[in-house]
Design a protein around this ligand. Structure first.
Ligand code: NOJ
Length: 532
């Protein structure tokens, strides 16, 4: 158990490396930049970092299209920098999780260049090539989740290849043992460099139906949504392979595998998670839930219910593909709601992930259509500008370019950085940053918050989300008022007769006055008490 503590009881922080910190002063974030910021992450209490892809890439999907799995993109550093990063992180008790994008490569990956060079090239079968149907028709009805059909025609080969994402991201053929063998080598390469864990990009899409059958159709908005995805994802071959990946990780204690569930729902996320499978999977419900106590309560309960008894939840409020938590949950520049959300994230059962900037309440900047970087956001403008907004430059200080870089950053920067930045918030005892820090600290202090079972106790679910975290020896009560007004909370029912000690609140520093077993919570107050 001890070796697993960092991912099971600790706190993980996601870094989008291009916009996190620029170590070499060229406006583009890099690995040396991350090294410089490890002290702040250690101060915050972070136990692990997941770094979004930093491998060589032509940048069609901004790093999620890889041309070399065993190297670092020259804009982000070198392998020597990676080794230094691992060493520096480990020295601070911080573990390193690498993002493995194995469903597809870039179309400029040497494997694909070979693969499309001729039908008899040994690499041809590394990707999903099919002959056209009569009349040059596509092999089946499979779609790309990024829009339109999933098949791209190659004139020279007179064949189609399949791409679940952009056409510049051809899907690998996971039924070819040579591909799987190469993946084993890639895993070992990073493990040999001291990597502690992997985040698996869209693992559920690795295997496709061997017979390439058409997906059944249904009603939906986009072409992709008008299909039941029973043949292009979540194939039974996935399970033995996940077990093998897990066995590779288990060769050394304390390694960790977390999967991005493709096309997720909690049930599906739960299916892949547990002993012998992935240590964690991402269930996107919390990151899609609007500001509502009852909706959060439902999402948490559903996750608790679907997970196997011995599976471990993973919780997050946002990531690089979605609107920032502050844009979804906060009111203007006010951070009180974000403190309540942070209290929830860090007191729920499971591994919490903090998306960089969340700890200072970064908002996504306004982005003009002409300035959009992400092709997906361009395509679906104005309905989906989220990805660029969520990937804006980390706001370290009020100096020029937010202390990110001495030159204009490649990624957008929110003009509020002059006030909203790490330096200013570190100096302000009431800041969101310091509230995160306190929450992480109490999480480390109180075993019930790390190991205890989750038990909802809310008596006014419209505005209050309340639950106990309980081990045999300790009971912690978390009461989150998501309403804006003073609201009573009744310490009756299962809580009758219990005595409480103050732990933390964003609105007070001592135990609230109890009258008739009732506490009056301030609007947008997160209150944490410990039973004595
Ligand atoms: C999921 C990643 O999170 C996203 O950023 C990427 O575009 C797709 N997978 C394709 O790799």
């Amino acid at each position: 158990m001890d070796a697993d503590r960092w991912w099971k009881e600790g706190v993980i922080y996601q870094i989008y490396p291009r916009s996190f910190a620029d170590g070499n002063g060229d406006g583009f974030g890099d690995l040396p930049g991350i090294i410089e910021k490890l002290d702040v992450l250690q101060e915050l209490g972070i136990d692990g970092i997941w770094i979004s892809p930093f491998f060589p890439t032509p940048d069609v999907d901004l790093g999620y299209d890889i041309t070399d799995y065993c190297n670092v993109d020259p804009r982000m550093g070198t392998m020597a920098d990676y080794d230094r990063l691992v060493e520096a992180a480990h020295r601070r008790g911080i573990h390193v999780i690498v993002d493995l994008v194995l469903n597809h490569t870039s179309d400029r990956h040497p494997w694909f260049i070979q693969s499309r060079s001729s039908r008899d090239n040994p690499y041809h079968d590394w990707y999903l090539w099919r002959d056209p149907k009569p009349g040059k028709k596509r092999p089946n009805n499979w779609a790309s989740i990024f829009g339109g059909h999933g098949w791209e025609y190659d004139e020279h080969l007179d064949q189609y290849y399949f791409h679940m994402f952009y056409k510049e991201q051809p899907d690998l053929n996971w039924r070819n043992p040579a591909v799987v063998d190469e993946v084993r080598k890639i895993m070992r390469f990073w493990l040999d460099h001291g990597t502690d864990g992997f985040r698996l990009d869209v693992f559920g899409a690795y295997f496709k139906d061997a017979m390439f059958r058409d997906n059944p159709t249904k009603l939906g908005l986009r072409y992709f949504d008008r299909q039941e995805h029973i043949y292009d994802a979540d194939q039974p071959e996935m399970m033995p392979w996940l077990r093998e990946m897990r066995a590779i990780m288990d060769e050394k204690p304390g390694r960790y595998l977390v999967g991005e569930t493709f096309f997720p729902n909690p049930e599906k996320a739960a299916r892949y998670c547990g002993p012998g499978l992935l240590h964690g999977t991402f269930n996107f419900e919390l990151s899609n839930t609007p500001w509502s106590a009852s909706k959060f309560a439902k999402a948490i309960q559903r996750w608790e219910t679907v997970l196997a008894k011995n599976a471990w939840p993973t919780n997050f409020l946002s990531n690089h593909d979605q609107a920032r938590a502050a844009d979804r949950l906060a009111h203007g520049e006010d951070d009180e709601r974000l403190k309540v959300a942070a209290a929830m994230l860090l007191t729920l059962r499971g591994t919490p992930y903090i998306y960089y900037g969340e700890e200072i309440g970064m908002r996504g900047p306004r982005i003009k259509r002409a300035d959009i970087i992400d092709p997906l956001s361009k395509k679906y403008w104005p309905f989906y500008p989220a990805r660029d907004k969520a990937r804006s430059v980390a706001q370290w200080s009020g100096q020029e370019y937010a202390g990110f870089s001495p030159v204009k950053p490649a990624y957008p920067l929110h003009p509020n950085f002059t006030k909203r930045n790490v330096e200013a918030q570190r100096a302000d005892p009431n800041s969101l940053f310091n509230f995160y820090k306190k929450l992480i600290h109490i999480r480390k202090e109180l075993p019930a918050l790390r190991q205890g079972k989750y038990q909802p106790v809310s008596d006014d679910p419209r505005v209050i989300l309340a639950y106990l975290r309980q081990t045999e020896d300790q009971t912690v009560l978390v009461v989150l008022n998501m309403g804006g007004k003073l609201t009573p909370f009744f310490l009756g029912g299962a809580l009758t007769g219990m005595k409480w000690e103050f732990v933390l609140s964003n609105k007070r520093t001592t135990l609230p006055v109890l009258s008739n077993q009732t506490i009056l919570l301030e609007g947008e107050e997160a209150l944490i008490l410990k039973a004595v």
